[in-house]
Ligand binder design. Structure first.
Ligand code: HEC
Ligand code: HEC
Length: 222
């Protein structure tokens, strides 16, 4: 996988020349190809490259995206970098950082990075990825009642499969409801319990809903 990223990066450099940001950055180290058979998910160990990428992220991205391990993004709509590669493949992202971001919607600027800068940025992103925190949350705390899959019934009758929430809730309303607490009937004996999430958990939960969205079962929209 690393090899393929490096190949994409190199050919784009030839095609686009030097008219990009970050030209003063060092070329990707030879270590990049030495890592070729490392699995994509494993953190890249080149500390200097990662630090370089961290720098680029702080300068260019941190005013909107969270770059740490638990901070919320300054721009609510911008996903935290620690989860970004769970929805976006390194390879696709590398290409888009060089060619201009296809994902970019206002207010996200259209970036054109050179391959060295891109390699560093991707190395940084890979080094901070966590297993989707939203998936962890729902597996641990919701899945015994709610279906968390793209198909299938909920284990607990009356608990909506999470894929239906987009048709039932606007994003803000759902966030607000989970913040205040949703009263659910715990069992048929009438015991009730309140499901409440904190802000970080709500962010993670909404990101999880995005990750299981399909055209037939869209995620909650703004
Ligand atoms: C001015 C704010 C802003 C800046 C600066 C910014 N972004 Fe974004 N970015 C956003 C927003 C908002 C979104 C969500 C766009 C949407 O889905 O509508 C986004 C989306 C993304 C996505 C897609 C995530 C996904 O899961 O679909 C990636 C990847 C990304 N940004 C990377 C970057 C990188 C890398 C930088 C810095 C080089 C950067 N962004 C700088 C605002 C910003
Ligand atoms: C013990 C079973 C149980 C667990 C665990 C549980 N829920 Fe529920 N939940 C329910 C039931 C039952 C309802 C339906 C309540 C009603 O309609 O009165 C519900 C309703 C909801 C609703 C409203 C759905 C709608 O559109 O009507 C949301 C959102 C929700 N739960 C989120 C969560 C989240 C998030 C978690 C985990 C963090 C969770 N629940 C854990 C049983 C559960």
């Amino acid at each position: 996988m690393r090899t393929r990223i490096a190949v994409v990066a190199t050919s784009a450099l030839l095609a686009l020349g030097a008219c990009m940001q970050g030209d003063d950055r060092p070329a990707p180290s030879a270590g990049a190809s030495a890592r070729a058979d490392a699995p994509t998910s494993s953190p890249v160990s080149d500390a200097a490259l990662i630090e370089d990428g961290h720098d680029i992220a702080e300068r260019n991205c941190a005013r909107c995206h969270a770059t740490g391990d638990s901070d919320a993004s300054p721009n609510r709509r911008a996903p935290a970098f620690r989860t970004v590669l769970s929805r976006y493949k390194s390879q696709t992202l590398a290409r888009e950082l060089i060619d201009g971001m296809g994902v970019a919607h206002a207010p996200m600027p259209n970036f054109h990075f050179n391959p060295a800068g891109t390699d560093a940025l991707i190395a940084f992103l890979e080094s901070i990825q966590v297993r989707e925190p939203g998936r962890l949350l729902v597996e641990e705390r919701c899945a015994r009642c709610h279906s968390i899959a793209k198909a299938g019934a909920s284990p607990y009758p009356g608990a909506q499969p999470f894929r239906n929430l987009g048709r039932r809730w606007k994003r803000d309303q759902l966030a607000q409801a989970l913040h205040v607490g949703i009263l659910a009937e715990h069992d048929r004996s009438g015991v009730r319990f309140e499901m409440r999430l904190n802000d970080q958990e709500i962010t993670d939960f909404l990101a999880f809903l995005d990750s299981i969205a399909t055209p037939a079962h869209p995620a909650p929209k703004d």
